[in-house]
Design a protein around this ligand. Structure first.
Ligand SMILES: *[C@@H]1O[C@H](CO)[C@@H](O)[C@H](O)[C@H]1NC(C)=O
Length: 422
């Protein structure tokens, strides 16, 4: 109960934005013209908004807006070319990156040039697009529904809608804008779940995928060992009923509070820094040797970015029902929506895009047994790659010190092979 209280009181924090500082940024850009590969000022990077953070390191950054068929207005981000190599705009293969639960497109840039996947791909010659799921900091917008009114219906979605509606809209936009017919997809955690949802519910999208790389793949959660999720799983229905009762659909919105906590309590001089590390480990898996604690203020400056409580509830249901099924609304509503009392399974055999799974032994959210079961069900599995480090854990796929050498280099190699075959 204590956890739920903590969980819900976090959720009650009010969201607020960052502000741009253009003249100052121009000055920084001149200083970072070439070669800067690590964060040169952690406190500053914690406070800059995402566009300024990318531009500060002298990379191009574009913001696009996409409206889904059910009215959600999503922020789509793009780094069209590199800085040190492949640094002119032009015809390049397109890659689409999709973030995890509670986070945003910032996932792939906050660790800085040389470490962030988006920068690495841009340097390799890719036109990098980054999605933002409905409800997060960049996609907290709708044609008619008000996200600040918790009862407006805005927050009535899980990762089912993110896969079924958001991904198709964003992928179509990126393809149309670049004049391409197919792209590479790299998802992390929920960014893999939502892909499997899209590719099974809307199989026509498989043809638009040159290769799909699932980092820390999450579909089945029978063997999930995450203490927070496992604690919440039995409340997968009650939790939501409770949330609805108190008029709450949104959890962990992007908030200045996290930036302030990060700057003051998680920096290298703070004696409380190990507590910050412990919280990250608790939520996302323990691994001391891939964790750069110095970067905690930057992580907390951009994470969490907000989610709907139903996204958590849907994962909770996956743990409880030991299956990969559509969202369980309860008997009556299921009957109306799906025509059956039990929500249907996502049919993995429909996923005919070439899928590569990248997983690790110590990932508490993507257990190797669950990953095996997923792999066996896929329509066109291309390979299953275990990270060659036993302690490598969930968030290490994004923020691990050696993510490039242990994971990204292999992903890029297979993308290049798939382009030749395509
Ligand atoms: C951790 O991050 C800081 C700031 O970006 C950087 O100076 C340092 O080299 C990083 N440590 C490792 C082991 O990568």
């Amino acid at each position: 109960m204590l956890l739920i209280t903590v969980f819900l009181s976090f959720a009650a924090l009010v969201s607020s934005g960052h502000s741009p500082h253009s003249a100052y940024i121009e000055e920084l850009v001149r200083n970072n013209a070439f070669g800067v590969r690590i964060s040169d000022n952690v406190m500053e990077d914690a406070c800059l908004d995402l566009a300024d953070l990318v531009r500060k390191y002298n990379y191009p950054f574009e913001e696009h807006s996409v409206t889904t068929e059910d009215g959600y207005i999503l922020g789509l981000h793009r780094i069209p070319h590199g800085r040190d190599s492949h640094n002119v705009a032009g015809d390049k293969p397109v890659v689409f990156l999709m973030h995890g639960l509670m986070t945003s497109s910032s996932d792939h840039v906050i660790m800085g040039p040389g470490n962030g996947l988006a920068y690495i791909l841009a340097e390799e010659g890719y036109d990098v697009w980054m999605g933002n799921a409905r409800g997060n900091y960049f996609s907290r917008n709708h044609r008619t529904l008000n996200p600040d009114d918790q009862r407006s219906g805005f927050w009535h979605f899980s990762w089912d809608e993110i896969g079924n509606r958001d991904l198709p809209a964003m992928i179509d936009y990126a393809l149309q804008h670049t004049g391409k017919s197919a792209l590479h997809y790299i998802g992390f955690s929920q960014g893999t779940t939502s892909f499997f949802v899209m590719a099974s519910l809307r199989p026509e999208y498989n043809q638009k995928i040159i290769s799909m790389h699932a980092l820390a793949p999450v579909a089945y959660m029978e063997y999930s060992r995450n203490p927070l999720f496992n604690f919440l799983a039995p409340y997968a229905y009650d939790l939501e009923a409770l949330a609805r009762l108190i008029g709450l659909g949104e959890v962990f919105p992007n908030s200045e509070i996290f930036t302030i906590i990060g700057k003051n309590f998680c920096n290298d001089e703070a004696i409380t820094q190990p507590i910050c590390s412990s919280i990250v480990f608790f939520i996302a898996g323990f691994n001391e040797n891939q964790h750069n604690a110095t970067m905690l203020p930057v992580i907390l400056g951009h994470t969490p970015a907000g989610a709907a409580i139903r996204q958590f509830a849907h994962y909770g249901q996956s743990i409880t029902n030991k299956d990969f099924r559509r969202y369980d609304h309860g008997l009556l509503e299921n009957m109306l929506i799906y025509g059956s009392i039990i929500p249907p399974r996502y049919d993995l055999s429909q996923i005919t895009a070439p899928v590569f799974l990248h997983y690790s032994d110590s990932d508490p959210l993507a257990d190797t047994a669950d990953v095996d079961r997923l792999y066996r069900g896929l329509g066109r599995p291309m390979g299953k790659f275990r990270v060659p480090q036993a302690t490598f854990s969930h968030v290490d796929f994004l923020w691990g010190i050696d993510a490039k050498t242990l994971v990204y280099d292999r992903v890029i190699r297979y993308m290049q092979i798939m382009e030749i075959l395509n």
